[in-house]
Design a protein around this ligand. Sequence first.
Ligand code: MG
Ligand code: ZN
Length: 192
Amino acid sequence: MPQTPPKFVILDRDGVINLDSDHFIKTPDEWIPIAGSLEAIASLNQAGYRVVVASNQSGIGRGLFEMSALNAMHEKMYKALANLGGRVDAIFFCPHTAADGCDCRKPKSGLLEQASERFGIELKDVPIVGDSLRDLEAGVALGCSPHLVLTGKGTRTLQKGGLPAGTRVHDDLRAFARWLTRGDRAPGTAAS
Ligand SMILES: [Mg+2]
Ligand SMILES: [Zn+2]
């Protein structure tokens, strides 16, 4: 019998849940949700999906902001989500810079391995949603199914090409959530 993947979704943060900035998101005030993204997470929860976040946060390693600021941003996200009946089960982040040579900075898969261990699940066919190629690469290495959203850097990422085989493209997180929860596999375009 074919295994159905666990009802689990992994999201990148900046450019997927909240607006991105080339100057980093450094304070709770700069953390602004993309329209419909929090509602999308709540709708995934209502459909029985657990949602976790895996995010590169090299601004910490660069000394642009402190852990306390990151925690405050995430408090803001948790509260806004709770107001909508939504929940993120965990946030895994990499505080390092590329120069640190860590195992967790995407496109490495360390953050996703942490999620897999924490929740005791295999990530095969679990959707990973990102706006950058490295998000998708980190997931594909562990057998996740790649989903690109066109928010944040997504349009640029699509134009650059070279996406993993089978990548599905959605306008935004709301469109992804609709696609997943409806079980409607027709919309969205697959990139090659
Ligand atoms: Mg991003
Ligand atoms: Zn790291």
